[in-house]
Design a protein around this ligand. Structure first.
Ligand SMILES: *[C@@H]1O[C@H](CO)[C@@H](O)[C@H](O)[C@H]1NC(C)=O
Ligand SMILES: *[C@@H]1O[C@H](CO)[C@@H](O)[C@H](O)[C@H]1NC(C)=O
Ligand SMILES: *[C@@H]1O[C@H](CO)[C@@H](O)[C@H](O)[C@H]1NC(C)=O
Ligand SMILES: *[C@@H]1O[C@H](CO)[C@@H](O)[C@H](O)[C@H]1NC(C)=O
Ligand SMILES: *[C@@H]1O[C@H](CO)[C@@H](O)[C@H](O)[C@H]1NC(C)=O
Ligand SMILES: *[C@@H]1O[C@H](CO)[C@@H](O)[C@H](O)[C@H]1NC(C)=O
Ligand SMILES: *[C@@H]1O[C@H](CO)[C@@H](O)[C@H](O)[C@H]1NC(C)=O
Ligand SMILES: *[C@@H]1O[C@H](CO)[C@@H](O)[C@H](O)[C@H]1NC(C)=O
Ligand SMILES: *[C@@H]1O[C@H](CO)[C@@H](O)[C@H](O)[C@H]1NC(C)=O
Ligand SMILES: *[C@@H]1O[C@H](CO)[C@@H](O)[C@H](O)[C@H]1NC(C)=O
Length: 644
């Protein structure tokens, strides 16, 4: 302590020789816009109290001003141990330095953060001062819906086209009462408290986790997380009232998280890093309560009624015959989904799993799974797939992931008479001798793929179509979908490009379009009407074709709130969650960053829609007590539909 003070005084004497003195307040450095008005300039005699120390700098806080846009906190950047050792938390200091806007070179889509670099003339005026943290929810509260005024478009932060402008280029003055990025930016460097935090996801590999606090939040679901849903004005709600908690500054370890833990109050400094505004806590919080990990099995059971079918939908996360999570997938299908009549599976790997040896069939994977299910239930499933073309469908190299079906032969069978498709065979409807719809409702390859050489499916899974019949002869179609993945090429929703870059959104849009306008199934539905007539058609669908029952389900890798992606389905098929009247905040199958969200959807043709549907998302994975005990990253879903 003595040495450090001695050094600071020495530095003061040295800098006094070379510079004149102009006092600048922290709020002047921060200013009301995203970038400092003083960027690149020397700031002298900046006064503040040290609130926190990090490995590459420390945080100071000065008097606040009535303009809430101008933060009263500031990060002082230095890697010099001399500088870092010169101050302790509670010191009232003055110092000089250079105002700079810093962005990590690792990602050009991150925002800039304001900091004071090259600190000199650090003078300690007194010790043991306290700074009262700003209490979130009391002193100021985050907005609850939108992230940025630059997210123009009907779908808010999910609008297409995205990447149309940049926060740091526009450099607008902030609107912290309205926009989340602006709100957290206006607190940059400041000491804040999150009262009564609730965790809203699992921790990431660095032990960081998202919370909401004791302030107004919208979209809160019964588990305590925040669902990505539409806001009251019809624009998607990005959940800006959440904040990620970083590694504790005192070297303690954050506890493990899951959705819905309650925690002791968290106090820390606001810092932009790795694409998000963080609170870096002074110390780790402790867990006060943990939610009950019990998940109830579905109430939607298979029955002997031949017209009523239960369907399950589950992305089983890269599952091969040797996968350690295969028994757990079997247990989910048996014990929680209660062995639905038809299972739509995605991410079934070939028989050699991730070994890239040219194996393309998945019959061993599927028979291993059906044996494991038979072992724990009274149900022996049959299964069907179209084998893949090697290494053409994306996913883990060598895995050849594909959609596949399990089905209960005592309820349904594949319509006979057509061969199983090969990877490049496009299945088409088989028309009757009159050239019109056929009551046979057959397809040329059963099961088969939709237009597999269409460029929309490049390096992606091709949808698997099947024509089925019940034991008393009623026929219907299913389409099992696994659209192109969201990838690391997306930008953070708190990043610079606006609306945020949603990688491969154009491919997912094309994929939905190809399904919607392909010969199958809508040529059948439309009775050869043009796509433009579709709306007119839907109004009279029952009159035109009372028999076309179509169930589309799978992992679309997109939220229904990205309306542009699903536009081609408008008026043709209807989302089961909407039809079933599921509370919008309970519609989720995935936990990611600040939101619980629905990537997995079930759509029904008009006739099936009109007969009524029930849906449940079974949260065996989203409600897992910790990250490692999840079986898949997706929750499965079950629906009960009437196909006659
Ligand atoms: C160094 O800091 C001291 C204490 O605030 C101040 O009096 C002096 O003017 C500063 N020197 C320079 C060159 O800024
Ligand atoms: C710094 O802020 C204080 C308190 O608001 C104010 O009295 C003072 O004039 C400001 N100093 C400068 C240099 O702006
Ligand atoms: C950002 O906006 C502030 C306030 O209007 C202005 O002083 C500053 O020069 C701007 N910075 C850049 C890089 O545009
Ligand atoms: C600061 O306060 C602590 C007790 O909280 C005390 O032990 C210490 O001596 C004080 N330091 C100074 C420099 O006043
Ligand atoms: C986003 O836009 C910038 C120009 O502002 C461009 O350089 C960049 O390549 C674009 N990124 C994507 C993924 O489209
Ligand atoms: C069936 O269950 C038994 C006992 O739990 C187990 O040893 C066996 O490996 C299982 N067989 C399959 C095919 O899952
Ligand atoms: C499964 O269905 C296929 C096609 O209908 C049939 O050939 C096969 O025998 C069935 N397998 C079992 C195990 O029942
Ligand atoms: C199905 O595809 C295979 C190649 O995968 C091809 O040899 C065969 O002719 C195709 N069948 C039809 C009817 O197009
Ligand atoms: C409907 O379209 C199919 C496929 O293009 C065609 O083969 C059939 O002749 C058309 N039927 C009518 C009634 O126009
Ligand atoms: C298919 O995707 C790959 C990898 O993304 C790309 O290199 C290739 O150009 C694409 N092919 C077509 C026909 O779009």
């Amino acid at each position: 302590m003595f040495a450090a003070r001695h050094w600071a005084v020495w530095l003061g004497q040295w800098t006094a020789i070379v510079s004149s003195v102009t006092a600048v307040n922290i709020t002047d450095i921060q200013g009301p816009a995203f970038q400092s008005p003083l960027t690149g300039q020397a700031a002298q005699n900046v006064a503040g109290i040290v609130t926190a120390k990090a490995s590459t700098g420390f945080y100071i806080q000065g008097p606040s001003v009535s303009d809430v846009r101008a933060s009263s906190g500031l990060y002082v950047y230095s890697t010099s141990s001399k500088v870092l050792n010169a101050v302790v938390v509670g010191d009232s200091v003055t110092l000089s330095g250079k105002v700079q806007e810093f962005r990590s070179s690792s990602d050009p889509t991150y925002l800039y953060g304001t900091e004071l670099g090259s600190p000199t003339n650090i003078t300690i005026l007194s010790h043991n001062n306290t700074v009262k943290p700003l209490v979130l929810g009391v002193d100021r509260s985050p907005p609850t819906q939108q992230l940025s005024a630059l997210d123009v478009g009907r779908d808010g932060f999910l609008s297409v086209p995205n990447n149309q402008s940049r926060i740091d280029v526009v450099n607008a003055t902030m609107q912290p009462n309205k926009y989340g990025v602006d709100f957290w930016s206006s607190l940059e460097g400041q000491l804040v408290t999150v009262p009564k935090p609730v965790s809203i996801g699992f921790e990431n590999s660095y032990g960081e986790f998202w919370v909401r606090g004791d302030w107004k939040a919208t979209g809160v679901n019964t588990r305590g997380g925040l669902t990505l849903a539409f806001g009251p004005d019809g624009i998607p709600d990005a959940n800006p009232e959440t904040i990620i908690i970083g590694s504790p500054l005192d070297g303690t370890q954050n506890p493990k998280m899951c959705v819905g833990k309650t925690l002791t109050d968290i106090t820390g400094v606001v810092q932009y890093q790795f694409g998000f505004y963080y609170i870096l806590p002074l110390t780790a919080p402790t867990v006060l309560s943990t939610p009950d990990p019990t998940v109830s099995p579905t109430k939607l059971k298979s029955s002997s009624n031949t017209c009523v079918l239960t369907i399950g939908d589950y992305n089983v996360d890269n599952m091969g015959p040797e996968s350690s999570h295969l028994p757990s997938v079997a247990a989910h299908i048996g014990d929680y989904l209660l062995t639905p009549d038809i299972m739509f599976l995605q991410e079934i790997q070939d028989n050699s799993g991730e070994t890239d040896d040219g194996t393309v069939s998945a019959d061993v994977t599927l028979s291993t799974l059906t044996a494991a299910i038979a072992n724990i239930s009274a149900v022996t499933y049959n299964y069907t797939e179209v084998i893949s073309e090697n290494d053409q469908d994306g996913g883990v190299p060598g895995g050849n992931i594909r959609p596949a079906y399990l089905y209960r032969e005592e309820k349904v069978s594949l319509v006979k008479g057509s061969p199983v498709g090969g990877p490049l065979n496009a299945t088409k409807p088989v028309f009757g001798h009159d050239g019109k719809l056929t009551l046979r409702h057959q397809i040329s390859f059963n099961p088969g793929r939709i237009d597999p050489i269409n460029v929309a499916w490049n390096v992606s899974r091709k949808p698997l179509v099947a024509a089925w019949e019940t034991t008393d002869g009623h026929r219907f179609f299913t389409i099992n979908v696994h659209d192109a993945s969201k990838s690391d090429d997306s930008s953070s929703i708190q990043g610079d490009p606006r609306p945020p870059i949603n990688s491969d959104v154009d491919q997912r849009t094309s994929q939905v379009e190809v399904i919607a306008v392909s010969d199958f199934p809508f040529r059948i539905l439309q009775n050869n009407m043009s796509l433009g007539d579709a709306q007119t058609f839907v109004k009279s669908i029952l009159k035109l074709d009372p028999l076309a029952s179509i169930i589309i389900a799978g992992d679309f890798n997109e939220f229904i709130q990205t309306r542009s992606v699903f536009a081609a389905f408008n008026g043709l098929v209807f989302e089961a969650d909407e039809l079933a009247g599921i509370d919008p905040v309970e519609r989720y199958t995935y936990v990611f960053d600040q939101s619980m969200e629905q990537l997995d959807h079930i759509f029904l043709s008009p006739v099936v829609s009109l007969r009524g549907v029930e849906v449940e998302h079974v949260h065996v994975n989203s409600w897992a007590p910790d990250y490692d005990s999840r079986t898949s990253d997706h929750d499965p879903s079950v629906a009960r539909v009437r196909i006659c």
